[in-house]
Design a binder for this molecule. Structure first.
Ligand SMILES: [Zn+2]
Length: 325
């Protein structure tokens, strides 16, 4: 479909799927709005399953589209704070869990994993779809990181005691199969830490942008799926996980996205495609910031205070601890 000719009349004619990838319902899927990823073409349909209310991009982006999105310029922020988070995580989450191998799926440059590896006795492993980022983690941080998708890493059954899936589920093309693979490589009673956006809130900005600008919004973080609570529960059940604890983060940002709290002036900017693709083709890190001792612990407790128990419909992010049953 040609973007220039796209208007409110013909966007609803974008191709839609036959079946829901989460609940397998064979329905007709209403188009919420058109969406793009790294480039103006192709245009994907953001559709919603009338049964489980998951929203997702259709068709599923191909390898090339994902490669363009996760080009090296995607990895440039303050990764040192990830290392501190990894240390806090290892201290708080791993004691008491039975197992000796830890896996971080979507480990980016590996700084979080590095923090875990150097704070605990757990054997640390990582998976990262960006081969450049995975090579960085192997060469610069000397970590055991597989470059590619989780299913291709070929870990043995029940290999891990703890798997962390931080802001990854919304990026994968087959979330159901992805969670089943996580379950296969986890030992029984092993733990899966999952952080995932609240789909209805996460996708609200896409529709707002389209209604305001009449041009397809960019799925700014490369999200392919926007899960409702119902859809998440369904995925967990199908993959044989039980929810141990659930929390909601980002209350103010969630209310903002729902229009129940004043928006920031530049809220549209992240949804707009940049004029030109960034030229930086190497992973370049910002200098390590100088921080007072105890800063990481302060930030950790600060974020814990901002969360509320349960899955709140108006929050932006969910943090869920699952047990393999
Ligand atoms: Zn569905």
């Amino acid at each position: 479909m040609n973007v220039a000719s796209l208007d409110l009349k013909d966007w609803s004619s974008l191709p839609t799927p036959q079946r829901c990838p989460v609940c397998d319902a064979a329905e007709s899927f209403p188009v919420v709005c058109p969406v793009v990823l790294a480039t103006a073409e192709p245009v994907y349909a953001l559709v919603e399953c009338p049964h489980c209310h998951v929203r997702f991009l259709h068709p599923s982006p191909d390898d090339e589209a994902l490669r363009r999105f996760y080009a090296p310029h995607y990895f440039g922020a303050d990764w040192y704070s990830q290392e501190e988070k990894g240390r806090m995580f290892a201290q708080r989450m791993l004691p008491g869990v039975f197992g000796e191998r830890f896996l971080d799926v979507g480990c980016n440059l590996g700084y979080f994993l590095y923090g875990v590896a150097h704070t605990s006795s757990w054997e640390a492993h990582g998976v990262e779809i960006s081969r450049e980022a995975a090579a960085y983690a192997r060469e610069k941080l000397l970590l055991d990181v597989h470059g590619g998708e989780l299913a291709d890493a070929g870990y043995p059954d029940e290999f891990f005691g703890f798997v962390r899936v931080n802001n990854v589920l919304e990026h994968v093309r087959k979330p159901g199969e992805f969670l089943k693979e996580c379950r296969r490589i986890l030992r029984k009673d092993g733990q899966l830490y999952l952080s995932v956006p609240n789909g209805p809130v996460d996708s609200a900005g896409l529709l707002d942008y389209f209604q305001s600008e009449r041009t397809p919004p960019r799925s700014k973080d490369g999200h392919l799926f926007f899960f409702s609570e119902h859809a998440l529960q369904r995925l967990f059940r199908n993959a044989k996980f039980k929810v141990a604890t659930a929390h909601t983060y980002g209350i103010r940002r969630g209310l903002r996205a729902l229009g129940r709290y004043p928006r920031k002036l530049r809220w549209k900017a992240p949804y707009r495609l940049p004029d030109a693709a960034p030229e930086k083709e190497e992973i370049v890190l910002a200098p390590r910031p100088r921080r007072l001792p105890g800063y990481a612990a302060f930030r950790y407790w600060q974020s814990r205070l901002k969360r509320i128990p349960g899955l709140a419909s108006y929050g932006l992010d969910y943090e869920i601890l699952l047990t393999a049953v």
